[in-house]
Design a protein around this ligand. Sequence first.
Ligand SMILES: Cc1cc2nc3c(=O)[nH]c(=O)nc-3n(C[C@H](O)[C@H](O)[C@H](O)COP(=O)(O)O)c2cc1C
Length: 197
Amino acid sequence: MNKKFTKIYNSIDENMTSAVPDYKDPFHLFYIATSSEKTPNIRTVVLRSFSMNKNFFEFHSDIRSPKIEQLNINSNFSALFYNPDKKIQLRFSGTTKILHKDASTKKRWAGISNSSRRCYLGPFNPSSTIEDDHPNIPDEFRFGDPMIEETEQGFENFVIVQCQFTSIDYLSLKYSGHSRCRFDFIGKNVSVCWLAP
Ligand SMILES: Cc1cc2nc3c(=O)[nH]c(=O)nc-3n(C[C@H](O)[C@H](O)[C@H](O)COP(=O)(O)O)c2cc1C
């Protein structure tokens, strides 16, 4: 990789890594698209981890949600990040792995607050049709957090979606001229080429 590519590669690593704990960072939220039938589906999720060396990032979800069913049929994803302050767009593609009731999910679940755990205790399957407006958290926990022992059932629904990326499309917008390149990851090798913005 030449100096310019190395600089971009390192900036992606830094910007993605620092966005994980920072809810104000525009990269903290991203959009992930799946496609199991003819129509693509896209939704907002929260970035929970990132590793440039291992080529993956993760988000959390409920195993009962349609996105998980879609990813079980077709694990290919496209994920989009945009930082309007830096005017940088990153588009990742690759395949997902659903982690459920294993050592990683156990460890992650242990660090999730009782308040956030309520989201995995919903009586309804996420995205299912319901008769009336309902937040899909148990009524008794709407205005007060559950005790830790009351949250354990939520672990059954908790998944980590690991997005193993094989390419990153980088686009930087500038008045003086945009800049765009693509990194491709094949095994431990990284190849990169410039693209017309
Ligand atoms: C700001 C924001 C953050 C969200 N974060 C997540 C998340 O991390 N995981 C998740 O499963 N859904 C998250 N959602 C909800 C999804 O966007 C989506 O509405 C829901 O998961 C149902 O998606 P599905 O029907 O495609 O499975 C978030 C929504 C918003 C607006």
